[in-house]
Design a binder for this molecule. Structure first.
Ligand code: NAP
Length: 292
């Protein structure tokens, strides 16, 4: 059984990216800049934003963090986004989710200039992904695709089963694996099934998977009896146990005895998500150059 080490892979990607950023800065005189908006004091969001901030610093991306109180209104967030949309020194904008109750999340995400939408949540970017001509790929599915490609895991003709149908992970992951493979987009051409909380006989479908991607937010949901021998299992879940430890949606200790490869939690998909955000930010700075 192979461990899919996302931490190591993300270090490799970040090292490559740091070199690309030096080249970009030298040739253009521009520093790629990511603006992050954090509303409220959700502890997990604070950690995510601070990790993104640290990674930006490490690889030479400028990070502007806007911390707003939980009482901020949707209108106030929209005003800030409008300012960032027109600031030519800001190339990428991200709004850390979830927003506090009462904020209109969809309105906020829709307001981001699609060319600066490095999370790829804007409907225009989702549409482009679905048509197979992405401007940006959403960071978590992008990280998973990189994991498959860089570990040499064939996706073409394989049956990929995705557990979870969220707009952030499950749905875009399915779209990406479904695309026609091309030199620009490998890690595709799969036969894709999505299962969710209303799926009947979920076990029977997961047992047919060659590649199984689990993103539901239930600690250790996927057990060995749900996995065909030799399957590649990617665990996206991040769950905090009562003892404070983090675990995934996959019961790693039993699944590792059946699967051909498993990504661990922590140290799997999580670090890759941040690396892909950095990659999208450099892409946004390149796009800015092409369109000005
Ligand atoms: P989400 O928006 O809550 O969606 C969860 C999905 O799982 C829904 O489609 C839901 O089905 C499905 N589901 C829930 N219980 C299920 C069950 N018992 N059987 C089958 N399907 C079930 O979650 P998300 O944003 O996709 O996140 C999922 C997990 O991934 C969370 O733990 C989150 O923290 C983690 N995550 C990690 C990263 C990373 O970078 N590693 C990034 C994003 C998310 P219905 O649609 O039918 O309700």
């Amino acid at each position: 059984m192979q461990i899919l080490d996302g931490k190591k892979l993300s270090e490799t990607i970040l090292n490559e990216l740091a070199e690309d950023i030096v080249r970009f800065k030298t040739s253009t005189g521009i520093t790629p800049c990511l603006a992050a908006i954090l509303v409220g004091d959700d502890p997990a969001s604070q950690i995510y934003v601070s990790n993104k901030e640290k990674t930006c610093k490490k690889i030479g991306i400028e990070n502007r963090l806007f911390r707003l109180p939980a009482t901020t209104t949707t209108k106030e967030i929209l005003t800030l986004i409008e300012k960032l949309n027109t600031d030519c020194n800001v190339h990428g904008i991200l709004v850390q989710l979830p927003l506090p109750q009462g904020c209109d999340e969809l309105r906020v995400l829709d307001a981001i200039n699609p060319k600066k939408d490095v999370d790829a949540f804007h409907p225009e970017n989702v549409g482009l992904i679905s048509q197979g001509r992405p401007r940006y790929l959403p960071c978590t599915p992008y990280g998973i695709q990189q994991m498959l490609v860089r570990y040499g895991i064939e996706t073409s003709g394989k049956h990929a089963v995705i557990v979870g149908r969220s707009d952030i992970v499950g749905k875009p992951m399915a779209l990406m694996l479904l695309q026609k493979q091309s030199p620009q987009q490998s890690g595709a051409d799969a036969t894709v099934s999505i299962v969710h909380s209303r799926t009947k006989n979920l076990h029977e479908i997961t047992r047919q998977a060659d590649i199984l991607i689990v993103a539901i937010g239930h600690a250790r949901f996927l057990t060995a009896d749900m996995v065909k021998p030799g399957t590649v299992v990617i665990d996206v879940g991040i769950n905090r146990l009562p003892n404070g430890k983090i675990c995934g949606d996959v019961d790693f200790d039993t699944v590792k005895n059946v699967a051909g490869a498993v990504s661990p939690v922590p140290g799997g998909v999580g670090p890759l998500t941040i690396s892909m955000l950095m990659l999208n930010t450099l892409r946004a700075a390149n796009l800015f150059l092409l369109t000005t």
